[in-house]
Design a protein around this ligand. Sequence first.
Ligand code: FEO
Length: 163
Amino acid sequence: MMKESIEEALNVQMNRELFSSYLYLAMAADFEKKNLRGMGTWMRIQAGEEYAHAMKFYDFIINRGGTVSLRKIDAPPKSWKSPLQAFENAYEHEQKVTHWIHELVDLAISEKDHATAVMLQWFVNEQVEEELNASENVANLKLLGDKGPILMIDHHLGKRKKS
Ligand code: FEO
């Protein structure tokens, strides 16, 4: 059994992962509306990964005999001024997620919940990759500027495959 404090924190994080999925789906929709299909594909895949992250928390809560508590998911914005602004938003969001995951690890350690601490290590590693991907996209967009090169980046990001 999990302590209540851990169960609550895991449910909150599950909701944040579902919001992440919503956020990236909204970005996908905005890109696709603007005919940036490659970036849309990249964000659709990201939205799917975030849903999978949420389900890891769901499964863990169930496997520990806890209660999954689904909460209201905040609505993300509908559009972004430019691809750079969207990817900067994604990078900022991932930094926030990293901070929340680290807070969860701190809580698991302080509550002496070793199973939760071990499960969270996957997320600690995942966040390194998430931040790297997001910051590389921002750096590429900054380096190449906008207009013509955006289409090159769009083409490149459209090659992303589901992992
Ligand atoms: Fe689930 Fe992008 O962090």
